[in-house]
Design a protein around this ligand. Structure first.
Ligand code: NDP
Length: 448
């Protein structure tokens, strides 16, 4: 190893890259990481973390509205976007500092610049400095995909949403996945008129149909508008500076802001993958095996750049498994089955395991149990929104194959339920567990 400057050179200091680098260093490896933007990556800087803070901020709109039914008389209530935005961005700075400190504490050398692979074991930094490493880890993540259409440059993506000067009065969000539904809820709660448009007629593809339908119904009741089978045609600027969005199958919509939330593409450009001979898969992501190894023996890739599962905790596991296997003498692979996930919409969705449709296709027949209920808090608050919990079981053994929930705190409840599903527990195990009363989560052990 002494022939190289480093044992490991990581390109990209996001969730996967930071975990891999610090764990490898803790095993005694000499590690460097290059990051052209900010240490922390999408999740910390312009993704999950600041988004969740906005979700918290947005919830106050309904909570304050509901408060009067609980006896509170709140006068002079108004929302200050700039204050929330700046508080969130300050916390992002704090986290960026903590992530940097973690790397430094583990003696990982940080280069705040772009890095390109220029030889089998050689990396050239933007400054022109060349470094060599026995292993190279690509953890450059992904970026928002913006559909090609005239005027697309007039729109924003989630990257810019955290920096807006003001909440737009009218916003059109393209896409109907995670980001579109989460930001639809956020902007709506902050008072914007939100229209969500999607090329297909489905939102949140991959989630169980019942919870998707419930979110659509609740969102429409709240006043969020939807345009399905709508493909972007063009965006034009109106004389007053606002935007006109043209789409197939529908009349144009005037808006003050257009946000693209149409998936994310791996950051592979300018990395020197051709020079290194690293192959891509058919989705344009870096092709890796179960050990996150590319077709080149000493080059690995983890996280969104591999296009496997674009979730932070998965990237972290991949980074950890890589470091354990290559530097810790503990060969480890990531288990991609039974990954729980959540959409922080209003209300949120959470899921683990197979949807009813997937289970039916795989097992032929399944048993479905569900609870469709109005949370106690909503009753007092005169809020009509109903929650839905659904359990999909194998027909004969009643092993739980999937749980799907929409309702307040569903992601918080799901984390524990996911342990049960992953452990292969049955409906009888849930039934045998005494309820915690009164809670929403008790519905999980009372399902009929
Ligand atoms: P998603 O994959 O969730 O949704 C993409 C949406 O855009 C879909 O509605 C899709 O339509 C549509 N779409 C895709 N390609 C095009 C195109 N070329 N033209 C027009 N529409 C298109 O992507 P997001 O951008 O919302 O999020 C990216 C990823 O980030 C997610 O997949 C998720 O892994 C991760 N993420 C996770 C979060 C969480 O865990 N809570 C939060 C935010 C992001 P159709 O359905 O018809 O294909």
């Amino acid at each position: 190893m002494a022939d190289y400057d480093y044992d490991l050179f990581t390109i990209g200091a996001g969730s996967g890259g930071v975990r891999a680098s610090r764990v490898a260093a803790a095993y005694g490896a000499r590690v460097a990481v290059a990051e052209e933007y900010r240490v922390g990556g999408t999740c910390v800087i312009r993704g999950c973390v600041p988004k969740k803070m906005l979700v918290y901020g947005a919830h106050f709109a309904e909570d304050l509205e509901d408060a009067k039914h609980f006896g509170w008389d709140i006068q002079h209530c108004k929302f200050d976007w700039v204050k929330l935005r700046d508080n969130v961005l300050n916390d992002v700075d704090r986290l960026n500092g903590l992530y940097t400190q973690t790397l430094e504490n583990n003696k990982v050398e940080i280069f705040q610049e772009r890095a390109t692979i220029t030889g089998p074991h050689e990396i050239t930094l933007a400054s022109g400095e060349k470094k060599t490493a026995k292993y190279i880890l690509i953890a450059t993540g992904a970026r928002p995909h913006v559909p090609e259409c005239p005027g697309h440059e007039l729109g924003i993506t989630s990257n810019e949403a955290f920096h807006l000067d003001a909440i737009p009065k009218r916003i059109v969000i393209a896409g109907a996945g995670y980001i579109a539904n989460e930001f639809a809820g956020i902007f709506h709660q902050f008072g914007a008129q939100v229209t969500l448009m999607n090329r297909s007629d489905q939102l949140l593809r991959g989630y169980d149909e019942s919870v998707r339908d419930r979110l659509l119904q609740i969102s429409m009741t709240k006043g969020i508008q939807f345009r399905f089978h709508a493909n972007f045609q063009k965006i034009e600027k109106n004389e007053d500076g606002s935007l006109k969005v043209f789409m197939s199958g529908h009349d144009p919509i005037d808006a003050d802001c257009v946000m693209f939330a149409t998936g994310r593409v791996p950051n592979i450009e300018g990395l020197g993958l051709d020079t290194a001979g690293v192959e891509l898969n058919d989705t344009g992501a870096i092709a890796v095996d179960e050990n996150s190894r590319t077709n080149i023996d000493h080059i690995y890739a983890v996280g969104d750049v591999t296009g496997r599962v674009q979730l932070t905790p998965v990237a972290i596991r991949e980074g950890q498994a890589f470091a354990d296997s290559v530097f810790g003498g503990k060969p480890t692979t990531v288990d991609y089955s039974c990954i729980p996930s959540a959409v922080f919409s209003h209300p949120p969705i959470a899921a683990v395991g197979l949807t009813e449709a997937e289970a039916t296709q795989k097992y032929g027949s399944v048993k479905v149990y569900q609870s469709d209920f109005r949370p106690m808090k909503n009753v007092v608050a005169h809020r009509s929104e109903r929650s839905l919990y659904k359990m999909v079981c194998e027909a004969t053994t009643e092993r739980v194959l999937g749980i799907h929930m929409i309702g307040p705190d569903a992601p918080e409840i799901m984390q524990a339920a996911a342990v049960c599903v992953r452990a292969g527990l049955t409906k009888a195990d849930f039934d045998a567990t005494v309820a915690i009363h009164p809670t929403m989560s008790e519905e999980l052990v009372l399902l009929k």
